[in-house]
Each structure stands twice: as structure tokens, then as C-alpha cells.
Write a protein that binds this ligand. Structure first.
Ligand SMILES: *[C@@H]1O[C@H](CO)[C@@H](O)[C@H](O)[C@H]1NC(C)=O
Length: 129
């Protein structure tokens, strides 16, 4: 008899691998930025976001240690939500983000996607520029 067919290919790698044109999805929130994990200083008007800690910590080329050296630092991403979009740099690590692909925006960047009174938005899609 013929052998059984091979199993289907495994699903694509975890989004935390980052880079390379994939599109990711997570929650969007905002916070008051300051000294960030990348070693620079942002404020409420900076066009930046922090990314979920699991994605930050596992970004290709980052082997732990000084987060200032994480190659994710200053990567530009464009995020979309309900027909709106905003382009931000990743400068921080979101320690409170349960979802690796969630983005914690500056207040100014968040306001370009949704009313700040909402606080948390679900289904933000984004990709690296
Ligand atoms: C920055 O934004 C946060 C969150 O909206 C707010 O609580 C804080 O007052 C703002 N800080 C300044 C200096 O505007």
C-alpha cells in the first residue's frame, strides 16, 4: 500500500520574528512616553510606539542584554485601524502588553487612530515599512 501523505506544512513563524513584510495584529493603547528602552527620550507628541515585550525581546539580532542595542529600535511601522493609519517608530518595550504584537502609542500617535477616550482598541493591524 502507499504511505500516507506528508503532513501539511507548519503555519508561518510567530509574528515576534518581526521584519520581512509581514502584517501583524494586536491591541492599541497609549501611555506617557519618557526615557525609552532604546535609550532615547520621547514625549507625548513623539510619533512612536512601544511594542509588546515578547516581540521586543525576540527580535532577530537581539540576544538580550542592553535593550538600547536591539535592532528593532527606530524601526518604522505603519499601523491601521478602522480606515485610519499612523506611521510611528518603535522606541520602547511594552512590559504590560500581553500580546506580542500589540502597540502602545504616544498619545499623539494614538489619537490619529482613535479617540483617546476609548483607551484600548482591538484589531490594530501593522507592518514594518
Ligand atoms: C501625557 O499624556 C498622558 C496620557 O494622556 C497624560 O496623563 C499626561 O498628563 C501627559 N503629559 C503631559 C506633560 O502633557
Amino acid at each position: 500500500s502507499t504511505p500516507p501523505p506528508p503532513p501539511p506544512p507548519k503555519s508561518s513563524p510567530a509574528p515576534s520574528s518581526g521584519g520581512g513584510g509581514g502584517s501583524f495584529s494586536g491591541d492599541g493603547t497609549f501611555y506617557a512616553p519618557g526615557l525609552n528602552a532604546c535609550g532615547t527620550v520621547d514625549n507625548n507628541d513623539s510619533m512612536i510606539a512601544a511594542i509588546g515585550h515578547a516581540a521586543f525581546d525576540s527580535f532577530p539580532g537581539y540576544s538580550g542584554g542592553n535593550p538600547n542595542n536591539n535592532p528593532i529600535c527606530n524601526k518604522q511601522v505603519t499601523a491601521h485601524y478602522q480606515g485610519k493609519s499612523v506611521s510611528v517608530r518603535i522606541t520602547d518595550r511594552c512590559g504590560g502588553c500581553d500580546i506580542a504584537t500589540s502597540l502602545d502609542f504616544s498619545p499623539k500617535a494614538f489619537a490619529m487612530l482613535a479617540d483617546p477616550s476609548v483607551g484600548r482598541i482591538h484589531g490594530v493591524t501593522w507592518s514594518y515599512d
